[in-house]
Design a protein around this ligand. Structure first.
Ligand code: ADP
Ligand code: MG
Length: 534
């Protein structure tokens, strides 16, 4: 074999980027993502309008929603979307902060790479910084649990969102909801249902003990109200089984056809009798309910509702103690749930079904607004508030917002950096710089001079006022704890640790291999709008 013979170790259709190219490319993609969400940060942040391929419009300020809807394809950028999703799952708020921080950490790392500092050194410095931040956060936080604090937490989460105008009212509902279901600090998001109703104004939103469904009963002949409800939950259709496409029934006489129809009817009739037999007077069905079945159910005085969402069926199960039945043979009295009352209430164009007086501690936040877009954005804001309040309720640990925490973390990190020898010190300093980009963006988005604001914040913190942040109600640097701009510690700890994790993950990549068959294809390259900038 001659020396010149090339050796192929990979299929031809794999594109490859190595070393610096791979690194720079990934960093650039992360920076683009961070820049996109940056303008939405904080109460003065702007909204984005997203239009999907089917023309569906979303107007939002919510970091994770923007990132998810953007259908990002670059693999490194996708990792940032993942952090936002984790943040949403773990806390429910702080998604913009988390994604932005990750982007900024990478932007700062690039400066170090330019100085020929090896990625492993940066990774180590970032890890140290992230750990240090966790312990600083624990020093900075204070422990309180009274409801006025929870109220402020909900309001801080909703300031500047679609719900801004009615945030007092909505905050009160959120805190009450958490109080109601949060006995003994045990609380699950599952116990708080959000139901959206289009029509009246936001101020008509309410908190209901029990479960509310924006649905109507299957048939007007059914009773609209049942006291002492015995509830059957089923996830199969109350219909005749659909035949295979190929099935053919040949009938040779009118009697045969009649028999066939009658046997179908008989099946449904017996099904309803069985439901009645086990003592059920309310049925919630995940699938459809046949007209004939509806007729018999109505005749038996049974209230039935069809096409109930799976999640709602599960909530009903938690609240009423009923089991979700998947099989006819499981129909049994012991599987039924209980509620004091099930009632359908008509409200202009809509019908709402109230399931109240249950053993389980379910509550429903009924959100009302005049349009669907507004309603969706309010729901996102309320979910942020709810996530924060639940988190604060559980741990009791809060920190001040308005960038106060980020500035203090940065200050203490710089002091920590001085204790480190070697080049990791530089990485810790850049970590601190990345944290400062949060108050910087808050100021910039409010049209204030970010340099002035940062300078003032830093000098206040130097003199020991570590709760001072940028209050965007007054546009002044002041004590944010006193101003009621507060957040649960988890929003910050989760954002910092996951941003650092993903930044270090991306930094350690020096080889990107992309198969052409992959939808990502050559998109692993520099995002189009940034081509030529590197
Ligand atoms: P995220 O998705 O990260 O939660 P937001 O757009 O909700 O992004 O902005 C959160 C940031 O806004 C936090 O840093 C919070 O402290 C800050 N913030 C909220 N209310 C105020 C306020 N009144 N003044 C200054 N900053 C505020
Ligand atoms: Mg928020």
């Amino acid at each position: 074999m001659s020396d010149k013979q090339p050796i192929y170790v990979m299929p031809e259709n794999v594109s490859r980027q190595m070393g610096k190219d791979a690194q720079r490319n990934n960093i650039l993609a992360a920076k683009v993502v961070a820049d996109i969400v940056k303008t939405t940060l904080g109460p003065k942040g702007m909204d984005k309008m997203l239009v999907d391929s089917s023309g569906e419009i979303i107007v939002t300020n919510d970091g994770v929603t923007i990132l998810e809807e953007m259908e990002i394809e670059h693999p490194a950028a996708k990792m940032l979307v993942e952090i936002a999703k984790t943040q949403e799952l773990e806390v429910g708020d702080g998604t913009t902060t988390a994604a932005m921080l990750a982007g900024k950490l990478l932007e700062r790392a690039e400066i170090l790479l330019d100085k020929n500092i090896h990625p492993t050194v940066i990774v180590k410095g970032y890890r140290l910084s992230s750990e240090k931040c966790m312990s600083i956060l624990n020093e900075l936080c204070i422990e309180v649990r009274d409801s006025s604090v929870l109220n402020h937490i909900a309001m801080t989460a909703m300031t500047g969102k679609g719900a801004e105008g009615d945030k007092e009212k909505l905050s009160e509902l959120i805190v009450r909801a958490v109080d109601l279901v949060g006995e003994g600090r045990e609380i699950s998001k599952e116990d708080i249902k959000i139901e959206k109703v289009k029509g009246s104004g936001i101020e008509k939103s309410e908190l209901v003990r029990g479960i509310v469904l924006n649905k109507e009963r299957a048939n007007k002949d059914m009773p609209s109200k049942i006291e002492n409800a015995k509830i059957l939950l089923v996830d199969f259709a109350l219909e005749i089984k659909q035949m295979d496409k190929e099935a053919r029934i040949s009938v040779t006489s009118p009697e045969q056809l009649q028999n066939f129809i009658e046997s179908e009817e008989k099946y449904l009739k017996e099904l309803v009798w069985k439901i009645k037999d086990i003592g059920s007077n309310v049925v919630f069905c995940q699938k459809g309910i046949d007209d004939v079945a509806q007729y018999y159910l109505a005749k038996q005085g049974i209230f039935a509702c069809r096409r109930v969402e799976k999640g709602d069926l599960e909530k009903l199960s938690r609240a009423t103690g009923g089991k979700i039945i998947s099989n006819l043979s499981d129909l049994n009295e012991s599987e039924l749930g209980n509620a004091e009352r099930v009632e359908e209430v008509r409200e202009s164009d809509d019908s709402l079904i109230y399931v109240q007086g249950t053993k389980g501690k379910a509550v429903t936040l009924v959100l009302r607004a005049s349009s669907e877009h507004v309603l969706d954005e309010i729901e996102r804001a309320v979910k942020d508030g709810l996530g924060d309040v639940i988190s604060a309720f559980k741990s009791g640990k809060i920190v001040s917002g308005g960038g106060a925490v980020e500035i203090e973390l940065a200050r203490r990190l710089r002091i920590f950096a001085r204790t480190l020898g070697g080049r990791e010190q530089l990485a810790v300093e850049e970590f601190a710089n990345a944290l400062e980009s949060i108050p910087e963006a808050l100021a910039e988005n409010a049209g204030l001079d970010p340099i002035d604001v940062l300078t003032e914040l830093k000098s206040r913190h130097e003199s020991g006022s570590f709760n001072d942040g940028l209050n965007l109600f007054t546009n002044k640097v002041e004590n944010c704890l006193d101003a009621g701009i507060i957040e649960p510690i988890k929003v910050k700890s989760q954002a910092v640790s996951s941003a650092s994790e993903v930044a270090t993950l991306i930094l350690r990549i020096d080889d990107v291999l992309i198969s052409e068959g992959n939808s990502v294809g050559n998109r692993g390259n520099v995002p189009e709008s940034y081509e030529g900038m590197d």
